[in-house]
Design a protein around this ligand. Structure first.
Ligand code: G1P
Length: 287
């Protein structure tokens, strides 16, 4: 079945990026010339998902505005002959079709995904957390879609992390590995290093099957007192297989000031004009 929908939870507070995110949703912080969330939408579209379901909370309506048509701005750019800019503006509101869903209370990632149930309906879908940006020739979501086509099960993006970092993530225990694809035998959200069943972190990109909604409806608050997506996935494991892909390429953090800065620098180095500007700035700083 086609994976047409991509759910993007964007209801979080962005506390790791205060005060920048006091008024501005963290998803609208720019990375080079476009907001963080637009990179995510582009990745979803490249993976074949043309229906984007964004879960927002009160105060994050500005994200919706970014993806809607701005006729006055377009007319002005047209009149002034700024055609490249016009094209960039149009690209951001024509890239996909959007459904906006509200999460009224901050009850956790699992609850945010559950809020998208009606918009997605009874079909498998992609889910991505926009705090990391996919970097490399083969976008991470597309790798998950390929694995889904082969296995027809929920698919998790997995990455090996040093043991002392596993407590920041959901963690997956695996069996029956074939190259980079593993069958998942257990998942646990933010385990203590000494309790973690492996060094494989669940990295915020998923293919989910519609039974996740039923699982989340009966998921009780877990780590941090929140309804965790990982706990919903644990319930799916009772019902059938789940696979994980140790993806190639990288996910670059844009959810913290240090990660955001490093990601901007990495991407700038790939752009001839920006690379010159960045090198010059760093040289001045080093003097
Ligand atoms: C969320 C998920 C966690 C996952 C992580 C990836 O946690 O709950 O399983 O490993 O994203 O970034 P958060 O970072 O929102 O605390």
């Amino acid at each position: 079945m086609d994976l047409r929908h991509c759910v993007i939870p964007a209801a979080g507070l962005g506390t790791r990026f205060l005060p920048a995110t006091k008024a501005l949703p963290k998803e609208l912080l720019p990375v080079l010339d476009r907001p963080v969330i637009q990179w995510g939408v582009e990745e979803a579209v490249a993976a074949g998902a043309g229906e984007i379901v964004v879960v927002i909370s009160e105060g994050k309506e500005l994200i919706q505005e970014h993806f809607s048509v701005q006729p006055e701005l377009e007319a002005l750019l047209q009149k002034r002959g700024k055609l490249d800019e016009l094209e960039a503006v149009r690209a951001s509101d024509h890239m996909a079709s959007f459904t906006w869903v509200r999460q009224d209370e901050p009850l956790g990632l699992g609850h945010a995904v559950l809020c998208a149930a009606d918009a997605v309906g009874d079909r498998p879908f992609l889910c991505m957390l926009p705090d990391d940006l996919s970097y490399g020739p083969d976008p991470v979501l597309r790798q998950l879609v390929d694995a889904y086509r082969e296995h027809q099960t929920p698919i998790l993006a997995l990455m090996r992390v040093p043991r002392d970092q596993i407590s920041r993530y959901g963690c997956a225990a695996v069996v029956e590995s074939h190259g980079r694809i593993h069958r998942v035998s257990a998942v646990v959200e933010k385990p203590k290093a000494e309790d973690a069943p492996s060094d494989l972190a669940i990295m915020g990109r998923y293919v989910l099957t519609p039974n996740i909604f039923e699982a989340l409806r009966s998921t009780q608050p877990g780590a941090g007192g929140e309804i965790q997506l990982t706990d919903g996935i644990a319930t799916l494991l009772d019902a059938g297989a789940v696979h994980g892909v140790e993806f190639t390429g990288e996910l670059l953090d844009v959810g913290t000031p240090a990660g955001w800065l490093a990601t901007n620098a990495r991407l700038a180095m790939d752009d001839p004009t920006l690379a010159v500007a960045l090198r010059a700035a760093v040289e001045v700083g080093a003097r």
